[in-house]
Design a protein. Sequence first.
Lengths: 190, 190
Amino acid sequence: MSTVRLSTTSFVVLGMIATRGPSTSYDLKRAIGRSVGYFWNFPHAQLYSEPKRLQKAGLLELHQEDTGRRRKTYTITAAGQAALGEWLAEPVKEHFELRDIAEIKLFFSELAEPQDVARLAQDQIEQHETRIAEYEEMQRRYGHIEEVASRMITLELGLGIEYAALEFWRKVRARAESGDFPPQSGPTQH
Amino acid sequence: MSTVRLSTTSFVVLGMIATRGPSTSYDLKRAIGRSVGYFWNFPHAQLYSEPKRLQKAGLLELHQEDTGRRRKTYTITAAGQAALGEWLAEPVKEHFELRDIAEIKLFFSELAEPQDVARLAQDQIEQHETRIAEYEEMQRRYGHIEEVASRMITLELGLGIEYAALEFWRKVRARAESGDFPPQSGPTQH
DNA sequence: ATTCGAACCGTATGTTTCGGACCGTGCGGC
DNA sequence: GCCGCACGGTCCGAAACATACGGTTCGAAT
């Protein structure tokens, strides 16, 4: 029971256990993989070490089976709920970060071959189309269920951003195909 | 001159030096802060250690002033250009990651107070409006300059995503104000 | 009955990454 | 002449991360 720095990972763990009830690390891994994990990757090893930290800090309670698999189940404590509640009430200072390797490659496209850009765009279009299909499927399946409605709303943001990205890469592909991309290294128009 | 794992950071450093020419770490820090840094944060300490690694790997060359501030200037080598070119030609496997703390808080909004959501939405709206204004200003200032045109294109993606996020949070705010958010903890409509 | 694979469940370990504290320098302006 | 700010950089401990490893339970096909 010592004081520790709490990261976003910590609060995702706390939040998941608060909404799901008592959970094992494996439960967390799956629940996160089906939800926030789509936007923000949390390596599973973290989901084993982080609850341990939180338990030491008194924010989670540990119950270990004493038979069979000896699963470790974590439950949120009052202190954990308080910490989570405070965090939720706190304003968000950081602007979101979009870690997109494709975008970085595009940024440096003046150093690449023209066909690289076309291929990059094509790949991105397919990737985003696939992701959009997944999100829409999730909406169709779970969108109307009362109990999860507030969790589904983040899907709308995900979709909005996916549509924007898709539209963008289609534009890039069009430009690449018409030969005016990358702007200064493509064939000049006389 | 040993072989090392190259991360996205490595290629951003290589790419920056390739497009800008010989640069110090400080130059990189500023150049990245004005461009890709808007999307993907690269802590400045990395921009001092990473070039050192790349130099040891033979991808960069180091020239240190032997007077005054003894600045360290890095230049890209042929091997560096080759590595960069290969990377640019490689397909991108990873889907982008959107690290958005606000979104995570919204995901857990059922655990929060109703006014927390309203405030969260309001803050996000302001944050995105500010960011949009910055991007639009950059477009106005540099958008028409030939030499940087291919670098400016990523701004369009940034803007598209910002617009999508802004629209989303406005919708959230509207719902929060009309009292039907979070869905199951808001006042029930009879 | 037995093999087999898939889902289940978790640990260990060696790097990178990260944030942030800290430190000196040169220079323009008051 | 000294103040403050942009410049230019190092260091460090704590987290994060990827990945390899190791085992179990269970059902379905052989």
